[in-house]
Ligand binder design. Structure first.
Ligand code: UGB
Length: 431
């Protein structure tokens, strides 16, 4: 019977049998040989993994660099061309948040009348970035160059002011949305506070300093119960972090006006809606859900009182923005030094005709010819306020602001755009 040893090391015919010591030695050598082979293999695998990881990081860094890339002769030429003024007495405007809802509309309106416009947008994914890219394509088609970058990028901002002596900055880049502030508070601090300060620092140091018009919000009125809301009403009771950051923005811009002579105009927008709007807003998400046969959640205030908003159509807001830019005084400082007092203004831009949320849904149902599945719930404590209503006397006096589009008409235009952009059922069957 062959021994175990024989089985492990079967003798080859014609060869002599090995003794035990020799066998042990061979076993040891084989074992050692296989361990060292394994070790070599392990080394090889480690080296392979390391080179793969460093390759990946090279690719990542490269693509990050590319996506955030700016500068160079060609780039500067595009910036200059885009900023070119084509009317006498025109302005060259840096529009931040240019691929956003209000930003894209304002940029187009400025360009159409012959002003120079350079857009800046970080294309973040707070809502579908493909909509922002589509707005960007639209702007490109109008000869507007939109740079992908963040308002916190001080080097980029400085470079832009090196290349173009912007006369105005229309600052619309912000983290929007009242309720999302509970989910991602830091994004509000990043964009609405840190980004604003970075922009103001660059503007204050620029020579010449631009005049600044920027987007505040109706939400600063917070828990104020005196209606309609007038600019001089108290704004020290914000109901959401979003509102608090916008209120902070008003104080921060005041400081830069006071210390550095920057001309500042803050616009308190009242629930802006319309074509190319923001998918996170109620009128937009309601439309999508109604068409897809999904239920919508309609919040209701205390004592079963319907919530209401002074919904304002985008074209009216654009007129307000242009009116503000046209009447903005010059900044007085140079190179970071104030030379005299500069203008500081705040205006409500609303529609002056609040409509309840259930009425908004009624109008959408009529335009869409589909009944909504309404899920009515008590308003959660998520930062919402029950009612907004703008007093627009100041804006009317200062630059003839006069909204002309009621909610019925404005939503009709929105629905027409929505259906042309997304199709009738947004890719989903209607139940
Ligand atoms: O004026 C502003 O300063 C702000 O306007 C906008 O905020 P809001 O007025 O809250 O608009 P929006 O979300 O459309 O809700 C409208 C109504 O629908 C109700 N609402 C909302 C969602 C929902 O699912 N159900 C519902 O009933 C909701 O309770 C509310 O009563 C901007 O988003 C914000 O960025 C800021 O610019």
């Amino acid at each position: 019977m062959p021994s175990l040893e024989d089985e492990l090391f079967p003798s080859t015919p014609g060869k002599f049998k090995i003794d035990r010591a020799h066998t042990m030695n061979r076993q040891f050598h084989r074992c050692f040989a296989s361990t060292s082979t394994m070790f070599l293999w392990a080394l090889f695998l480690v080296a392979l993994t390391a080179s793969y990881l460093s390759f990946q990081s090279f690719v990542d860094t490269g693509s990050r660099y590319l996506s955030a890339s700016w500068g160079g002769i060609q780039w500067e030429k595009q910036v200059r061309n885009s900023a070119q003024i084509h009317r006498s007495g025109g302005m060259s405007v840096l529009v931040t948040g240019a691929a956003g809802f209000v930003g894209s509309h304002v940029s187009q309106a400025l360009k159409k009348r012959g002003d120079g416009v350079v857009g800046l947008d970080n294309f973040n994914n707070y809502y579908d970035p493909s909509l922002k890219k589509a707005r960007k394509s639209l702007l490109n088609g109008h000869g507007i160059f939109v740079i992908e970058g963040d308002v916190n990028d001080v080097r980029l901002l400085e470079k832009l002011f090196d290349v173009v002596a912007f006369t105005h900055v229309m600052h619309l880049a912000a983290q929007a949305g009242v309720r999302y502030a509970m989910e991602n508070p830091q994004s509000y601090v990043h964009s609405n506070i840190a980004g604003l300060v970075t922009l103001l620092e660059v503007c204050k140091a620029a020579n010449p300093q631009p005049s600044i018009v920027w987007a505040s919000s109706s939400s600063v009125y917070g828990l104020n119960e005196k209606v309609p809301f007038t600019e001089s009403d108290r704004t020290d009771q914000p109901a959401s972090l979003y509102a608090a950051t916008k209120k902070a923005g008003e104080e921060i811009t005041h400081t830069y006006n006071h210390i550095y002579g920057l001309s500042i105009t803050g616009l308190r927008f009242f629930t802006v809606y319309g074509p190319w709007g923001r998918p996170d807003m109620a009128y937009f998400s309601f439309t999508r859900n109604i068409l897809q046969g999904k239920p919508i959640t309609v919040y209701r205030g205390k004592n079963r009182v319907d919530l209401a908003r002074d919904f304002t159509y985008i074209d009216d807001i654009v007129k307000g923005c242009l009116g503000s830019l046209d009447t903005a005084g010059k900044s007085t400082g140079t190179g970071g030094k104030k030379r005299g007092p500069a203008q500081y203004r705040i205006f409500n831009l609303g529609n002056t005709a609040p409509v309840t949320v259930p009425t908004l849904v009624d109008i959408l149902e009529r335009h869409l010819k589909v009944k909504a599945k309404r899920n009515i719930v008590d308003m959660p404590g998520n930062g919402d306020v029950p009612y907004t209503h703008a007093n627009i006397t100041s804006a009317r006096k200062e630059f003839g602001y006069k909204p002309t589009t009621d909610l019925q008409t404005g939503l009709k235009k929105f629905v027409r755009w929505y259906l042309s952009y997304y199709g009738y059922n947004h890719g989903k069957p209607v139940n």
